[in-house]
Design a protein around this ligand. Structure first.
Ligand code: NAD
Length: 396
């Protein structure tokens, strides 16, 4: 079939297999260009491994340190009439590239929140790897069916205790407008914590530990976001921020568990705001990202997911380095984003943005390019007018 982008709001309904493969290859090339990450991970489990920060983590572990990786994700495979989701094609491309280098890779497509998936993965680790020494938790999901109660929780992106009014960006139409979001109810807060908080990460670590598949000295890491004050009401001080507080608490408990097991540790890494499928759904954030990209490119310190995670591994987790933590115990690879000079410049541009000058004073053009790239569109060297077989298997 010939596959073109079909964008609806903040999602793209189609994905291009050759384009996704080219995007994965770009990330592999970047990691390889940075050289080997010394004393890196050997056996790695990435939960949420098919797109965004999780995919970048899997690529960095494999191609930076030669690690054997197991990945868990929830993606739609291709069918006779429909292409697969981007994460499926990314993972298939990752498997092919890993196989070509003789690197072990195995993936599980299904619900990471379920007990069944945990049992299956523990069993597979025991059979194939024996133990893992790095667990990356990088799920972003709008809902979770709780494995013990059967209840389905839906996450919301809302402020708490107040209305929030700010400029927002319709990324499909390229229009800036004002949005007002009402406060979350107590139930919505609890539901968001249930989906994006730390309980499931804790369940994973418990299952891995009780299954005897955590190596002494295991590192566990999950990803967090803080961002600028302008987004705090809807993010950091909102429902998602509550979920992240819960994630940090889970890290403390997991850390204690890992310390009992040897010299391991659990960390929360605060990452930079970047165009991913998850972030494009957050009100106000795409506008912030469009301004931020412009400012960071001017300064020459802009990074994407792969640059962020390569830096996390190379300067905090491995290469004989110890994680450097802030006063709250968090790793901060959002440090360049949060530099006062960068934030002052963002603050200066923010109130001036209109639909008319959006492409001129922000990096919205690149925002749209990066968004399409997530689905394999706009990659150099890919002929989008050519027929392509959508029926791509995960394993080569
Ligand atoms: P993403 O949407 O690109 O990736 C989400 C991953 O989770 C995919 O692999 C998807 O298949 C998987 N997934 C979702 N539901 C699942 C389920 N039920 N079972 C199995 N797998 C499932 O998201 P992302 O932006 O990379 O976010 C990952 C983490 O990074 C999140 O915790 C997010 O808060 C954090 N983070 C994101 C940003 C950003 O700007 N994007 C910034 C800082 C931190």
């Amino acid at each position: 079939m010939i596959i073109k982008p079909r964008v609806r709001g903040f999602i793209c309904l189609t994905a291009h297999p050759a384009g996704c493969a080219a995007y994965v290859q770009e990330q592999i090339d970047y990691v390889q260009s940075k050289g080997v990450i010394g004393n890196g991970p050997r056996n790695v489990l990435v939960i949420g491994a098919s797109t965004g920060y999780g995919l970048a983590s899997r690529i960095t572990a494999s191609f930076g340190s030669g690690a054997r990786t197991m990945g868990v994700f929830f993606e739609r495979p291709p069918s006779g009439k429909k292409c697969a989701t981007a994460g499926w094609y990314n993972s298939a491309a990752f498997h092919r590239a890993a196989a070509a280098k003789g690197l072990y890779a195995r993936s599980f497509n299904g619900d990471a929140f379920s007990d069944e998936m945990k049992v299956q993965v523990v069993e597979a680790i025991r059979e194939d790897l024996g133990q893992v020494d790095l667990v990356v938790y990088s799920l972003a999901s709008p809902r979770r069916q709780h494995p013990r109660t059967g209840e389905t929780h839906k996450s919301v992106l809302k402020p708490i205790g107040q209305h929030y009014t700010a400029s927002t960006l319709d990324t499909d139409k390229g229009a800036v407008s004002e949005v007002t979001i009402g406060p979350a109810t107590e139930q919505e807060i609890a539901d968001t914590v249930a989906v994006m908080g730390g309980e499931d990460w804790g369940f994973w670590m418990e299952a891995l530990d009780e299954g005897g598949v955590l190596a002494p000295g295991t590192t566990a890491v999950a990803y967090d976001y803080i961002g600028p004050e302008v987004t705090w009401p809807v993010y950091t001080n909102g429902t998602m921020g509550r979920a992240k507080i819960d994630l940090r608490e889970a890290a403390r408990q997991i850390d204690a568990r890992l310390k009992e097991n040897g010299n391991g540790g659990a960390y929360v890494s605060v990452n930079k705001a970047l165009v991913t499928q998850a972030s494009s759904a957050i009100p106000v954030v795409p506008l912030y990202i469009s301004i931020l990209y412009r400012v960071m490119k001017e300064k020459g310190n802009h990074e994407g997911t792969i640059e962020q995670i390569q830096r996390l591994f190379a300067t905090h987790l491995y290469n004989n380095n110890e994680p450097q933590l802030d006063d709250k115990g968090l790793i901060r690879i959002d440090d360049w984003e949060m530099e006062p000079g960068i934030q002052a410049r963002v603050k200066e541009i923010w109130p001036r943005v209109t639909s008319e000058n959006l492409r001129e004073i922000t990096d919205f053009n690149n925002y749209q390019e990066e968004f399409l790239k997530l689905f394999g569109f706009g990659l150099p060297g890919v002929n989008y007018d050519q027929e392509v077989d959508q029926m791509v298997d995960l394993d080569p």
